[in-house]
Ligand binder design. Structure first.
Ligand SMILES: [Zn+2]
Length: 177
C-alpha cells in the first residue's frame, strides 16, 4: 500500500512537471505567434516613427555595398575524351570546380569561381544580397503601415483636361449598359 502511495506521489509529481512544461511551451508558442504576427520587428504605430524607420531602411540599403544574387555549387565533369582518366569507370572526373549560377533577364549564367578567394567573395556578395532582400521586405511593410495611417482626402483629385477627355467615352459606355 505504501508502495502504491509512493508510486502515486511520483506519478502526481510527474504530472505537475508535465503541467509546468506544458505552460512553458504555451508561453513559447504565444511569443512565437507574437513575433510572427509583428513580422519579427516592432512596427511603430505613428506616422513620424514610421517615416523615421523608412529613412533608416533606405539609408541601410544605400550603405550595403556590392551584392549579387546567385547560388554556388560544386561540380565534377567528364570531358568526353576516351583516353582521359575521367572515361574510366569509378573515376571521380575533373574537378570539383566551384561555380556561381545566376540569372540575367531570365537567362541563366554561370561563372567559374577558380581564382583564390573567389568563393569567399561570392559568398559575401550573396550574403549582402540576402540583407538587401530583408530590407526591401521591411521597406514594403513600413510603407504599407504608413499607407494605412494616412488619412483619406475628402476632396476628389483635380483632373487635368486630358483626363476629363479620356473619361468621357468610358462614362457614356457604362451608362448605356
Ligand atoms: Zn577527362
Amino acid at each position: 500500500m505504501k508502495r502504491i502511495n509512493a508510486l502515486r506521489a511520483t506519478f502526481q509529481g510527474a504530472c505537475d512537471i508535465k503541467v509546468e512544461v506544458g505552460q512553458f511551451f504555451f508561453f513559447v508558442a504565444l511569443i512565437c505567434m507574437y513575433i510572427l504576427h509583428t513580422g519579427g520587428t516592432n512596427m511603430p504605430d505613428s506616422v513620424p516613427a514610421l517615416e523615421q524607420q523608412r529613412r533608416q531602411i533606405l539609408e541601410q540599403i544605400a550603405n550595403l555595398g556590392d551584392f549579387r544574387s546567385g547560388s554556388i555549387s560544386s561540380v565534377t565533369t567528364r570531358c568526353g575524351k576516351p583516353t582521359c582518366h575521367c572515361a574510366r569507370p569509378k573515376d571521380p572526373g575533373h574537378g570539383p570546380a566551384l561555380r556561381l549560377t545566376y540569372k540575367v533577364k531570365g537567362k541563366s549564367r554561370i561563372e567559374t569561381l577558380s581564382a583564390p578567394g573567389a568563393l569567399h567573395k561570392a559568398q559575401q556578395e550573396i550574403a549582402v544580397f540576402r540583407q538587401f532582400q530583408q530590407q526591401v521586405q521591411s521597406l514594403i511593410e513600413v510603407n504599407a503601415a504608413l499607407c494605412r495611417l494616412r488619412p483619406v482626402s475628402s476632396r476628389e483629385p483635380e483632373q487635368t483636361p486630358q483626363e476629363k477627355k479620356r473619361r468621357k467615352p468610358f462614362n457614356r459606355k457604362s451608362r448605356g449598359k
